[in-house]
Design a protein around this ligand. Structure first.
Ligand code: SAH
Ligand code: SF4
Ligand code: F3S
Length: 500
Protein backbone atom coordinates (compact mmCIF):
# COMPACT_ATOMS: atom_id res chain seq x y z
CA UNK A 1 0.00 0.00 0.00
CA UNK A 2 1.19 3.50 -0.78
CA UNK A 3 1.27 6.08 2.01
CA UNK A 4 -1.32 8.75 1.38
CA UNK A 5 0.35 11.70 -0.30
CA UNK A 6 0.03 14.18 2.57
CA UNK A 7 2.81 16.67 2.06
CA UNK A 8 3.01 19.19 4.83
CA UNK A 9 3.53 22.79 3.86
CA UNK A 10 7.25 23.12 4.18
CA UNK A 11 9.07 25.19 6.71
CA UNK A 12 12.25 24.93 4.66
CA UNK A 13 14.30 28.04 4.15
CA UNK A 14 15.60 29.35 0.86
CA UNK A 15 17.47 26.80 -1.24
CA UNK A 16 19.73 29.55 -2.60
CA UNK A 17 23.18 30.48 -1.30
CA UNK A 18 23.67 33.71 0.62
CA UNK A 19 26.44 36.00 -0.57
CA UNK A 20 27.06 38.52 2.21
CA UNK A 21 30.44 40.16 2.73
CA UNK A 22 29.56 41.22 6.28
CA UNK A 23 29.64 37.54 7.30
CA UNK A 24 32.49 35.05 7.40
CA UNK A 25 33.00 33.65 3.92
CA UNK A 26 33.37 29.96 3.04
CA UNK A 27 34.76 28.65 -0.24
CA UNK A 28 33.77 25.03 -0.94
CA UNK A 29 35.42 22.77 -3.49
CA UNK A 30 33.86 19.38 -4.19
CA UNK A 31 35.35 16.18 -5.62
CA UNK A 32 33.88 12.71 -6.14
CA UNK A 33 30.36 11.52 -6.72
CA UNK A 34 26.94 13.18 -6.76
CA UNK A 35 26.55 12.30 -3.08
CA UNK A 36 29.51 14.52 -2.29
CA UNK A 37 28.01 17.34 -4.36
CA UNK A 38 24.83 17.02 -2.32
CA UNK A 39 26.79 16.81 0.94
CA UNK A 40 28.52 20.11 0.16
CA UNK A 41 25.03 21.60 -0.15
CA UNK A 42 24.13 20.22 3.28
CA UNK A 43 27.33 21.62 4.72
CA UNK A 44 26.62 25.06 3.27
CA UNK A 45 23.13 24.93 4.79
CA UNK A 46 24.62 24.17 8.23
CA UNK A 47 27.21 26.93 7.85
CA UNK A 48 24.69 29.52 6.61
CA UNK A 49 22.71 28.87 9.80
CA UNK A 50 25.88 29.67 11.71
CA UNK A 51 26.63 33.04 10.26
CA UNK A 52 28.75 32.02 7.28
CA UNK A 53 28.05 32.98 3.69
CA UNK A 54 29.33 31.53 0.44
CA UNK A 55 32.03 32.94 -1.81
CA UNK A 56 33.12 31.67 -5.19
CA UNK A 57 36.43 33.49 -4.89
CA UNK A 58 39.29 31.91 -2.92
CA UNK A 59 40.80 35.31 -2.17
CA UNK A 60 37.68 36.39 -0.26
CA UNK A 61 37.52 33.21 1.82
CA UNK A 62 37.95 33.01 5.60
CA UNK A 63 37.47 29.26 5.38
CA UNK A 64 38.22 26.81 2.57
CA UNK A 65 36.48 23.44 2.74
CA UNK A 66 37.54 20.63 0.40
CA UNK A 67 34.98 17.85 0.13
CA UNK A 68 37.12 14.90 -0.86
CA UNK A 69 36.94 11.52 -2.61
CA UNK A 70 38.99 8.36 -2.01
CA UNK A 71 37.53 6.07 -4.64
CA UNK A 72 40.77 5.71 -6.65
CA UNK A 73 44.32 6.67 -5.86
CA UNK A 74 44.35 9.44 -8.45
CA UNK A 75 41.28 11.02 -6.80
CA UNK A 76 43.32 11.45 -3.62
CA UNK A 77 46.37 12.63 -5.53
CA UNK A 78 44.39 15.49 -7.05
CA UNK A 79 43.47 16.65 -3.57
CA UNK A 80 47.09 16.67 -2.37
CA UNK A 81 47.81 18.79 -5.46
CA UNK A 82 45.06 21.25 -4.53
CA UNK A 83 46.45 21.53 -1.00
CA UNK A 84 49.70 22.82 -2.52
CA UNK A 85 47.67 25.61 -4.14
CA UNK A 86 45.81 26.41 -0.92
CA UNK A 87 49.14 26.58 0.93
CA UNK A 88 50.01 29.61 -1.19
CA UNK A 89 46.66 31.21 -0.28
CA UNK A 90 47.35 30.58 3.41
CA UNK A 91 50.86 32.02 3.15
CA UNK A 92 49.31 35.22 1.85
CA UNK A 93 46.56 35.24 4.47
CA UNK A 94 47.65 33.34 7.63
CA UNK A 95 44.26 33.69 9.36
CA UNK A 96 42.66 31.61 6.55
CA UNK A 97 41.35 28.26 7.86
CA UNK A 98 41.44 25.07 5.79
CA UNK A 99 39.20 22.07 6.37
CA UNK A 100 39.12 18.63 4.76
CA UNK A 101 35.75 16.91 4.76
CA UNK A 102 34.29 13.87 2.99
CA UNK A 103 35.65 10.43 2.22
CA UNK A 104 39.39 11.17 2.37
CA UNK A 105 38.85 12.84 5.75
CA UNK A 106 37.19 9.65 6.94
CA UNK A 107 39.88 7.39 5.48
CA UNK A 108 42.98 9.25 6.66
CA UNK A 109 41.64 10.92 9.83
CA UNK A 110 44.39 12.62 11.93
CA UNK A 111 47.03 11.60 9.39
CA UNK A 112 45.76 14.53 7.31
CA UNK A 113 46.58 17.02 10.03
CA UNK A 114 49.91 15.32 10.76
CA UNK A 115 51.01 15.15 7.14
CA UNK A 116 49.75 18.56 6.01
CA UNK A 117 50.39 21.44 8.39
CA UNK A 118 47.95 23.84 6.69
CA UNK A 119 44.95 21.63 7.55
CA UNK A 120 43.00 23.01 10.55
CA UNK A 121 39.92 20.85 10.48
CA UNK A 122 38.94 17.30 9.48
CA UNK A 123 35.30 16.12 9.38
CA UNK A 124 33.93 12.83 8.05
CA UNK A 125 30.63 12.43 6.13
CA UNK A 126 28.55 11.76 9.27
CA UNK A 127 30.05 14.59 11.33
CA UNK A 128 28.77 17.67 9.51
CA UNK A 129 26.36 18.70 12.26
CA UNK A 130 29.39 19.21 14.48
CA UNK A 131 31.05 21.64 12.03
CA UNK A 132 29.97 24.84 13.88
CA UNK A 133 31.52 23.49 17.11
CA UNK A 134 34.68 22.33 15.34
CA UNK A 135 34.97 25.74 13.68
CA UNK A 136 34.71 27.55 17.02
CA UNK A 137 37.74 25.60 18.24
CA UNK A 138 39.57 26.21 14.98
CA UNK A 139 38.88 29.94 15.21
CA UNK A 140 40.28 29.85 18.75
CA UNK A 141 43.53 28.58 17.23
CA UNK A 142 43.26 24.80 17.73
CA UNK A 143 43.05 22.01 15.18
CA UNK A 144 39.94 19.85 15.44
CA UNK A 145 38.65 16.58 14.03
CA UNK A 146 35.46 14.53 14.05
CA UNK A 147 35.32 11.37 11.96
CA UNK A 148 32.71 9.39 13.90
CA UNK A 149 30.46 7.34 11.66
CA UNK A 150 26.82 6.99 12.58
CA UNK A 151 24.16 4.31 12.16
CA UNK A 152 21.32 6.84 12.11
CA UNK A 153 22.46 10.12 10.60
CA UNK A 154 20.60 10.97 7.37
CA UNK A 155 20.51 14.77 7.76
CA UNK A 156 16.80 14.29 7.06
CA UNK A 157 15.76 17.64 8.51
CA UNK A 158 18.40 19.75 6.79
CA UNK A 159 17.45 21.52 3.61
CA UNK A 160 20.48 21.63 1.27
CA UNK A 161 21.46 25.02 -0.14
CA UNK A 162 21.91 24.58 -3.89
CA UNK A 163 25.45 25.75 -4.63
CA UNK A 164 25.14 25.27 -8.37
CA UNK A 165 22.48 27.85 -9.10
CA UNK A 166 21.17 26.45 -12.38
CA UNK A 167 17.77 26.24 -10.69
CA UNK A 168 16.67 23.38 -12.94
CA UNK A 169 17.93 20.11 -11.47
CA UNK A 170 18.83 19.11 -7.94
CA UNK A 171 20.05 16.07 -6.02
CA UNK A 172 18.03 14.60 -3.18
CA UNK A 173 19.77 12.00 -0.98
CA UNK A 174 17.46 9.21 0.10
CA UNK A 175 19.98 7.10 1.98
CA UNK A 176 23.60 7.10 3.17
CA UNK A 177 26.35 4.50 3.51
CA UNK A 178 26.61 1.08 1.91
CA UNK A 179 26.21 -2.46 3.21
CA UNK A 180 27.74 -4.20 0.19
CA UNK A 181 31.33 -5.06 0.56
CA UNK A 182 32.47 -5.03 -3.05
CA UNK A 183 36.04 -6.16 -2.56
CA UNK A 184 37.66 -3.25 -4.45
CA UNK A 185 35.60 -0.49 -2.86
CA UNK A 186 36.46 1.98 -0.14
CA UNK A 187 32.95 3.46 0.23
CA UNK A 188 31.66 1.20 3.04
CA UNK A 189 34.68 2.30 5.11
CA UNK A 190 34.38 6.01 4.33
CA UNK A 191 30.60 6.30 4.55
CA UNK A 192 29.67 3.57 7.00
CA UNK A 193 26.60 1.36 7.18
CA UNK A 194 23.56 1.86 5.01
CA UNK A 195 20.59 3.77 6.40
CA UNK A 196 17.47 5.10 4.68
CA UNK A 197 15.94 8.52 5.10
CA UNK A 198 12.40 9.12 6.32
CA UNK A 199 10.26 9.27 3.14
CA UNK A 200 8.19 12.15 4.45
CA UNK A 201 11.27 14.36 4.61
CA UNK A 202 12.20 13.29 1.06
CA UNK A 203 8.76 14.35 -0.17
CA UNK A 204 9.03 17.65 1.71
CA UNK A 205 12.35 18.39 0.07
CA UNK A 206 10.98 17.58 -3.38
CA UNK A 207 7.96 19.80 -2.73
CA UNK A 208 10.29 22.67 -1.73
CA UNK A 209 12.18 22.20 -4.98
CA UNK A 210 8.90 22.31 -6.92
CA UNK A 211 8.03 25.56 -5.14
CA UNK A 212 11.46 26.96 -6.03
CA UNK A 213 10.94 26.26 -9.73
CA UNK A 214 13.11 23.15 -10.08
CA UNK A 215 12.15 20.78 -12.90
CA UNK A 216 14.22 17.68 -12.25
CA UNK A 217 15.48 15.78 -9.23
CA UNK A 218 17.86 12.86 -8.89
CA UNK A 219 17.34 10.57 -5.91
CA UNK A 220 20.73 9.51 -4.60
CA UNK A 221 22.09 6.47 -2.81
CA UNK A 222 24.98 4.03 -3.30
CA UNK A 223 22.40 1.31 -3.87
CA UNK A 224 18.94 2.88 -4.18
CA UNK A 225 17.27 -0.50 -4.70
CA UNK A 226 17.91 -1.43 -1.11
CA UNK A 227 16.17 1.70 0.20
CA UNK A 228 13.83 0.60 2.97
CA UNK A 229 12.01 2.72 5.50
CA UNK A 230 10.68 0.76 8.42
CA UNK A 231 7.75 2.43 10.06
CA UNK A 232 7.97 1.58 13.76
CA UNK A 233 4.26 2.09 14.37
CA UNK A 234 2.67 0.41 11.39
CA UNK A 235 4.24 -2.18 9.01
CA UNK A 236 1.63 -1.12 6.43
CA UNK A 237 3.58 2.11 6.18
CA UNK A 238 6.96 0.52 5.41
CA UNK A 239 8.32 1.97 2.17
CA UNK A 240 10.59 0.25 -0.36
CA UNK A 241 12.36 1.96 -3.26
CA UNK A 242 9.68 1.29 -5.87
CA UNK A 243 7.10 2.80 -3.53
CA UNK A 244 9.29 5.81 -2.74
CA UNK A 245 9.83 6.37 -6.45
CA UNK A 246 6.09 6.33 -7.01
CA UNK A 247 5.48 8.73 -4.10
CA UNK A 248 8.10 11.14 -5.43
CA UNK A 249 6.71 10.94 -8.98
CA UNK A 250 3.29 11.88 -7.61
CA UNK A 251 4.50 15.08 -5.91
CA UNK A 252 4.23 16.93 -9.21
CA UNK A 253 3.80 15.46 -12.70
CA UNK A 254 5.94 18.28 -14.15
CA UNK A 255 8.92 17.31 -12.00
CA UNK A 256 11.25 14.88 -13.73
CA UNK A 257 12.57 12.14 -11.48
CA UNK A 258 15.88 10.30 -11.88
CA UNK A 259 17.79 8.04 -9.51
CA UNK A 260 21.27 6.60 -9.04
CA UNK A 261 22.79 4.14 -8.45
CA UNK A 262 20.99 0.84 -9.06
CA UNK A 263 22.60 -2.45 -8.14
CA UNK A 264 22.17 -5.43 -10.52
CA UNK A 265 21.58 -7.83 -7.61
CA UNK A 266 18.79 -5.70 -6.13
CA UNK A 267 16.95 -3.89 -8.94
CA UNK A 268 13.52 -5.52 -9.05
CA UNK A 269 10.57 -5.53 -11.39
CA UNK A 270 8.63 -3.25 -9.04
CA UNK A 271 11.07 -0.43 -9.82
CA UNK A 272 10.71 -1.11 -13.55
CA UNK A 273 6.91 -1.10 -13.36
CA UNK A 274 6.96 2.18 -11.43
CA UNK A 275 9.18 3.65 -14.16
CA UNK A 276 6.87 2.42 -16.89
CA UNK A 277 3.84 3.77 -15.08
CA UNK A 278 4.87 7.39 -14.55
CA UNK A 279 5.90 9.46 -17.51
CA UNK A 280 7.84 11.88 -15.26
CA UNK A 281 10.20 9.11 -14.08
CA UNK A 282 12.99 9.32 -16.63
CA UNK A 283 13.78 6.31 -18.78
CA UNK A 284 17.38 5.84 -17.86
CA UNK A 285 19.00 3.26 -15.59
CA UNK A 286 22.60 3.41 -14.45
CA UNK A 287 23.42 -0.23 -13.75
CA UNK A 288 27.15 -0.68 -13.04
CA UNK A 289 28.30 -4.08 -14.26
CA UNK A 290 32.04 -3.72 -13.38
CA UNK A 291 32.99 -6.87 -15.35
CA UNK A 292 31.46 -9.28 -17.86
CA UNK A 293 33.15 -12.30 -16.30
CA UNK A 294 31.28 -14.22 -13.61
CA UNK A 295 34.61 -15.37 -12.14
CA UNK A 296 35.77 -11.76 -11.71
CA UNK A 297 32.35 -10.66 -10.41
CA UNK A 298 32.69 -13.30 -7.72
CA UNK A 299 36.14 -12.04 -6.72
CA UNK A 300 34.69 -8.53 -6.66
CA UNK A 301 31.98 -9.83 -4.32
CA UNK A 302 29.28 -8.28 -6.51
CA UNK A 303 26.83 -11.13 -5.75
CA UNK A 304 25.47 -11.58 -9.29
CA UNK A 305 26.56 -13.49 -12.39
CA UNK A 306 26.87 -12.38 -16.00
CA UNK A 307 23.67 -14.33 -16.72
CA UNK A 308 21.72 -12.64 -13.93
CA UNK A 309 22.89 -9.24 -15.17
CA UNK A 310 21.78 -10.01 -18.73
CA UNK A 311 18.43 -11.27 -17.46
CA UNK A 312 17.88 -7.91 -15.69
CA UNK A 313 18.77 -6.08 -18.93
CA UNK A 314 16.26 -8.19 -20.86
CA UNK A 315 13.59 -7.35 -18.28
CA UNK A 316 14.33 -3.62 -18.54
CA UNK A 317 14.03 -3.80 -22.33
CA UNK A 318 10.75 -5.71 -22.01
CA UNK A 319 9.08 -3.36 -19.49
CA UNK A 320 10.60 -0.02 -20.63
CA UNK A 321 11.53 -0.42 -24.31
CA UNK A 322 12.98 3.07 -24.76
CA UNK A 323 15.08 3.02 -21.59
CA UNK A 324 18.72 3.98 -21.89
CA UNK A 325 21.19 1.85 -19.97
CA UNK A 326 24.52 3.14 -18.68
CA UNK A 327 27.20 1.46 -16.63
CA UNK A 328 30.54 1.51 -14.78
CA UNK A 329 33.37 -0.82 -15.80
CA UNK A 330 36.66 -1.64 -14.08
CA UNK A 331 39.57 -2.85 -16.24
CA UNK A 332 42.36 -5.01 -14.88
CA UNK A 333 40.94 -6.24 -11.58
CA UNK A 334 43.09 -8.81 -9.71
CA UNK A 335 43.74 -12.02 -11.72
CA UNK A 336 41.81 -10.74 -14.78
CA UNK A 337 42.83 -12.79 -17.83
CA UNK A 338 42.50 -11.91 -21.52
CA UNK A 339 39.49 -14.21 -21.55
CA UNK A 340 37.81 -12.33 -18.67
CA UNK A 341 38.50 -9.06 -20.47
CA UNK A 342 36.98 -10.47 -23.70
CA UNK A 343 33.91 -11.37 -21.64
CA UNK A 344 33.57 -7.71 -20.60
CA UNK A 345 33.82 -6.57 -24.23
CA UNK A 346 31.27 -9.15 -25.36
CA UNK A 347 28.85 -8.18 -22.59
CA UNK A 348 29.18 -4.51 -23.58
CA UNK A 349 28.31 -5.47 -27.15
CA UNK A 350 25.41 -7.59 -26.02
CA UNK A 351 23.90 -4.83 -23.87
CA UNK A 352 24.80 -1.98 -26.24
CA UNK A 353 25.34 0.57 -23.49
CA UNK A 354 24.37 4.16 -24.23
CA UNK A 355 27.13 5.49 -21.98
CA UNK A 356 29.75 4.20 -19.54
CA UNK A 357 32.21 5.38 -16.90
CA UNK A 358 35.36 3.31 -17.33
CA UNK A 359 38.26 2.94 -14.89
CA UNK A 360 41.52 1.12 -14.34
CA UNK A 361 41.47 -0.90 -11.14
CA UNK A 362 43.13 1.03 -8.35
CA UNK A 363 43.94 -0.86 -5.16
CA UNK A 364 42.58 0.87 -2.07
CA UNK A 365 44.20 0.28 1.32
CA UNK A 366 42.29 -1.97 3.77
CA UNK A 367 39.64 -3.11 1.30
CA UNK A 368 38.92 -6.83 1.03
CA UNK A 369 40.77 -7.04 -2.31
CA UNK A 370 43.86 -5.33 -0.89
CA UNK A 371 43.95 -7.81 1.99
CA UNK A 372 43.11 -11.00 0.10
CA UNK A 373 44.09 -10.57 -3.54
CA UNK A 374 47.19 -9.50 -5.39
CA UNK A 375 46.98 -6.42 -7.63
CA UNK A 376 48.75 -8.51 -10.25
CA UNK A 377 47.79 -6.96 -13.58
CA UNK A 378 50.62 -4.83 -14.96
CA UNK A 379 49.75 -1.18 -15.49
CA UNK A 380 50.40 -1.40 -19.27
CA UNK A 381 47.91 -4.24 -19.53
CA UNK A 382 45.31 -2.34 -17.48
CA UNK A 383 45.81 0.64 -19.80
CA UNK A 384 45.58 -1.49 -22.93
CA UNK A 385 42.36 -3.14 -21.74
CA UNK A 386 40.88 0.16 -20.61
CA UNK A 387 41.62 1.68 -24.01
CA UNK A 388 39.88 -1.22 -25.74
CA UNK A 389 36.87 -0.75 -23.48
CA UNK A 390 36.78 3.00 -24.16
CA UNK A 391 37.12 2.47 -27.91
CA UNK A 392 34.25 -0.01 -27.93
CA UNK A 393 32.07 2.25 -25.78
CA UNK A 394 32.68 5.21 -28.10
CA UNK A 395 31.41 3.09 -30.96
CA UNK A 396 28.37 1.90 -28.96
CA UNK A 397 27.54 5.47 -27.86
CA UNK A 398 27.79 6.68 -31.45
CA UNK A 399 25.53 3.85 -32.65
CA UNK A 400 23.05 4.61 -29.88
CA UNK A 401 23.03 8.31 -30.79
CA UNK A 402 22.66 7.58 -34.51
CA UNK A 403 19.52 5.58 -33.77
CA UNK A 404 18.00 8.78 -32.36
CA UNK A 405 18.43 10.81 -35.55
CA UNK A 406 15.03 11.83 -36.90
CA UNK A 407 13.25 11.22 -33.57
CA UNK A 408 11.63 13.99 -31.50
CA UNK A 409 12.39 14.20 -27.76
CA UNK A 410 11.16 16.22 -24.80
CA UNK A 411 14.31 18.06 -23.79
CA UNK A 412 14.68 19.84 -20.46
CA UNK A 413 16.87 22.89 -21.09
CA UNK A 414 19.48 23.17 -18.34
CA UNK A 415 22.00 25.67 -19.70
CA UNK A 416 23.92 27.00 -22.66
CA UNK A 417 25.92 24.79 -24.96
CA UNK A 418 29.64 24.78 -24.17
CA UNK A 419 30.46 26.19 -27.60
CA UNK A 420 27.99 29.05 -28.01
CA UNK A 421 25.50 31.11 -26.00
CA UNK A 422 23.29 31.03 -29.12
CA UNK A 423 22.68 27.33 -28.44
CA UNK A 424 21.02 25.65 -25.50
CA UNK A 425 21.97 22.36 -23.97
CA UNK A 426 19.46 20.04 -22.38
CA UNK A 427 18.75 16.42 -21.65
CA UNK A 428 16.29 13.85 -22.92
CA UNK A 429 14.47 11.48 -20.60
CA UNK A 430 17.22 8.98 -21.49
CA UNK A 431 19.74 11.46 -20.06
CA UNK A 432 21.40 12.21 -23.37
CA UNK A 433 22.71 15.72 -23.92
CA UNK A 434 21.20 17.62 -26.86
CA UNK A 435 22.39 20.98 -28.19
CA UNK A 436 20.16 23.12 -30.39
CA UNK A 437 19.57 26.78 -31.38
CA UNK A 438 17.81 28.73 -28.62
CA UNK A 439 14.90 30.32 -30.48
CA UNK A 440 12.56 31.92 -27.95
CA UNK A 441 12.91 29.34 -25.22
CA UNK A 442 14.42 29.72 -21.72
CA UNK A 443 16.51 27.67 -19.34
CA UNK A 444 14.14 25.41 -17.39
CA UNK A 445 11.71 25.00 -20.33
CA UNK A 446 10.82 21.67 -21.84
CA UNK A 447 11.31 21.81 -25.62
CA UNK A 448 10.36 19.40 -28.38
CA UNK A 449 13.58 18.79 -30.22
CA UNK A 450 14.08 16.82 -33.43
CA UNK A 451 17.49 15.16 -33.64
CA UNK A 452 19.33 16.05 -36.83
CA UNK A 453 22.86 14.84 -36.12
CA UNK A 454 25.22 13.56 -33.44
CA UNK A 455 28.69 12.80 -32.20
CA UNK A 456 29.40 9.90 -29.84
CA UNK A 457 28.91 12.27 -26.88
CA UNK A 458 26.15 14.66 -27.96
CA UNK A 459 22.96 14.83 -29.95
CA UNK A 460 22.41 17.84 -32.19
CA UNK A 461 18.90 19.03 -32.89
CA UNK A 462 16.39 21.74 -33.64
CA UNK A 463 13.24 22.81 -31.87
CA UNK A 464 10.26 21.66 -33.87
CA UNK A 465 8.14 24.61 -34.98
CA UNK A 466 5.60 26.17 -32.65
CA UNK A 467 2.60 24.89 -34.61
CA UNK A 468 3.95 21.40 -34.66
CA UNK A 469 4.84 21.90 -31.03
CA UNK A 470 1.27 22.94 -30.14
CA UNK A 471 -0.25 20.00 -31.98
CA UNK A 472 2.13 17.66 -30.24
CA UNK A 473 1.36 19.25 -26.88
CA UNK A 474 -2.38 18.87 -27.49
CA UNK A 475 -1.97 15.29 -28.56
CA UNK A 476 0.24 14.64 -25.57
CA UNK A 477 -2.37 16.10 -23.24
CA UNK A 478 -5.03 13.80 -24.68
CA UNK A 479 -2.68 10.82 -24.41
CA UNK A 480 -1.62 11.80 -20.89
CA UNK A 481 -5.25 12.05 -19.83
CA UNK A 482 -6.04 8.66 -21.33
CA UNK A 483 -2.97 7.16 -19.68
CA UNK A 484 -4.06 8.70 -16.40
CA UNK A 485 -7.46 7.03 -16.60
CA UNK A 486 -5.96 3.68 -17.56
CA UNK A 487 -3.30 4.08 -14.88
CA UNK A 488 -5.88 4.56 -12.17
CA UNK A 489 -7.65 1.41 -13.31
CA UNK A 490 -4.56 -0.78 -13.31
CA UNK A 491 -2.81 0.82 -10.35
CA UNK A 492 -4.17 -1.59 -7.75
CA UNK A 493 -2.97 -4.63 -9.65
CA UNK A 494 0.45 -3.10 -10.19
CA UNK A 495 0.78 -1.97 -6.60
CA UNK A 496 0.63 -5.62 -5.60
CA UNK A 497 3.56 -6.31 -7.90
CA UNK A 498 5.51 -3.36 -6.51
CA UNK A 499 5.10 -4.61 -2.96
CA UNK A 500 6.87 -7.87 -3.82
N1 SAH B 1 27.62 2.47 -5.49
C1 SAH B 1 27.88 2.49 -6.83
C2 SAH B 1 29.14 3.18 -7.29
C3 SAH B 1 30.18 3.57 -6.34
S1 SAH B 1 31.73 4.14 -6.89
C4 SAH B 1 27.88 1.07 -7.34
O1 SAH B 1 27.87 0.14 -6.60
O2 SAH B 1 27.92 0.88 -8.51
C5 SAH B 1 31.60 4.44 -8.60
C6 SAH B 1 32.39 3.51 -9.46
O3 SAH B 1 33.77 3.63 -9.22
C7 SAH B 1 32.11 2.05 -9.25
O4 SAH B 1 30.96 1.62 -9.88
C8 SAH B 1 33.35 1.40 -9.83
O5 SAH B 1 33.21 1.15 -11.20
C9 SAH B 1 34.42 2.44 -9.61
N2 SAH B 1 35.36 2.04 -8.57
C10 SAH B 1 35.12 1.85 -7.25
N3 SAH B 1 36.24 1.44 -6.61
C11 SAH B 1 37.21 1.38 -7.55
C12 SAH B 1 38.59 1.00 -7.51
N4 SAH B 1 39.16 0.61 -6.39
N5 SAH B 1 39.29 1.05 -8.68
C13 SAH B 1 38.70 1.43 -9.83
N6 SAH B 1 37.41 1.78 -9.92
C14 SAH B 1 36.67 1.76 -8.79
FE1 SF4 C 1 31.13 0.38 -3.36
FE2 SF4 C 1 29.84 -1.82 -3.99
FE3 SF4 C 1 28.80 -0.15 -2.19
FE4 SF4 C 1 28.89 0.55 -4.76
S1 SF4 C 1 27.69 -1.16 -3.88
S2 SF4 C 1 29.46 1.79 -3.01
S3 SF4 C 1 30.78 -0.37 -5.45
S4 SF4 C 1 30.67 -1.34 -1.95
FE1 F3S D 1 34.29 9.22 -3.73
FE2 F3S D 1 33.20 8.97 -1.40
FE3 F3S D 1 31.70 9.30 -3.52
S1 F3S D 1 34.94 7.85 -2.13
S2 F3S D 1 32.88 8.35 -5.12
S3 F3S D 1 33.12 10.75 -2.72
S4 F3S D 1 31.23 8.07 -1.75
Amino acid sequence: MIIKQKIKKTDYKSVKPIFDSSKKRVYIETYGCQMNVNDSELVLSILQDNNYSLTRNIEEADLILINTCSIRENAEQRIWGRLDVFRLAKNKKPELKIGIIGCMAERLKEQLIEREKIVDLVAGPDAYRSLPGLLRNVEAGQKDINVLLSREETYADISPVRIDENGVSAFVSIMRGCNNVCSYCVVPYTRGAERSRNPETVLNEVQTLVENGYREITLLGQNVDSYFWKDETNPEKDVNFAQLLEMVALVNPAMRVRFATSHPKDINNGVLYAMAMYQNICNCIHLPVQSGSTRILELMNRKYTREHYLERIAKIREIIPDCSITTDIIAGFCTETDFDHEQTLSLMNEVGYDFAYMFKYSERPNTKASRQLKDDIADEIKTKRLNEIIKLQNRLSLESNRRDIGKIFDVLIDGFSKRSTEDFSGRTSQNKTVVFPKENYNIGDLANVRITGCTSATLIGEIVDEKHHETITELKNIIDETIHIVENKIKNTIKDKIRK
